[in-house]
Structures are given as C-alpha cells and as structure tokens.
Design a protein. Sequence first.
Length: 239
Amino acid sequence: MTTQEKEDQSELNAKRANSHFNIAVDHQDNGRVELALRELLTAYRLDKQNPRINHGLGITYLQKGKEAEAERYMKEALVIRPDYQDARYNLCTLYMRQGRNKECIAQSKILYDDPTFTKPWRALTNWGWCAYKLGDVDEARRQLTFAHDYNSRYWPTLLNLGILEAEQGNKMEAIGYFEQVLAFEPDASTTAEVNYRLGEIYESMGKRRQALEVLRTAVVKAPTDPWGKKSEEYMKRLR
C-alpha cells in the first residue's frame, strides 16, 4: 500500500469512527449504555487517536462500574490532548471516588490553573473535599470557601461545607449550609442525604421532633435509596 493509499485509508477510518461515535452518543442519551459501549469500541478500533472516543469509552466504562478501564481511556484521551478539560475533570472525579485524594488534588490543580477552564469552582470543590479526606481541615475549608465565592449556587460545594462543619462540631454553620442545599432542590438521593445529616444534628441538639421530621422527609423522597433506608432505621431508633 502506497503512502497516499495509507493516508486515504486512515481518513476513511476516521470518518467511519466518527459515525460510530455519533451513534454511541445517541445510545448514551437514551440510556442504552451497552449499545453505546459497543459502538465506541468499534470507533476505537478504527481510530485510536481520537480523544473524544477515548473519553467516551472512559465515561461509559465508568457507568458500567469498570473503573480500571475508565481510568485507562481517560488517561489515553489526555495523552492525545492534554488540554481536554472534560476528560481531566472526570479523571479527577474518578480519583476522588476511589479515595486517591492526592491524585485528585493534582488533577484539580491543573484544571484550576488552566485559565480557559470555565468552571473553576468544580475543580476547587474536588480539591477541597480531597484535602478534607486527607485530614487538612484548614486547606479544605479554604478551597471550598473559594469555590463558593466563585459560584454560590453550586450545591455540591455547599454539601461538602455542611459535612465539614458538621463533623467539626459547628452545628449551626452546618445547618445553614444544608438548608441552602435543599433550597436548590437537588436530586432525591442528595435530598435524602442532607435530611439524614440534619436529623443527626437535630438529635444531637436534643431536638428530636425536628430530627424525626427531616428523617421522615428523607424516607419519603428516596425510600429505596441507601440514605432513605438509613433514615428509616434512624427513625426507628429514635421512637
């Protein structure tokens, strides 16, 4: 095969890979994760140097609970395109989920230092939470507060600040943050978690009636969620 023929074949493969990628996106948007993965793997075989395909594989494997594969493809995407912010943020979040806090912070710093990253509060929130998990409360509070200064409507920051203050014994501050989270009407699981945590605080303050009220809300909002189930068990202990 001549050089020109190789170039033509490479271009054709890239176009075919892009078609499979677009089909995969449609499958993803409609909840067909397995079909999306199949299309992405086909796309990858055709074009291993497309960072969008690598990142797509990383996200899809993460949805399937395959964290090692997810990390591999996200890293590949960043080797091809180091400024791929979505891939770096998702890798950072994966590290945080795995408890690899130092690696999470390293990736968060890269994102925050990138002046083109349009959502620095997200990187700072991950940074702050991982610092907290490493036992550096002052650094955690500093980064989370900084994130909140950037975007006061980003409820994950408020949730993390609430957890931090609750665990540090600052109950009124924690209640304030948790109430702000609820005001943004997050998903059912988060709503249940916040109400459970409020229940713990109210019970510790001797406010059993209020504790039971928020725990009941958690159960109603997310009866099958782990936080809803924990809330139901806690209610039984308080009665």
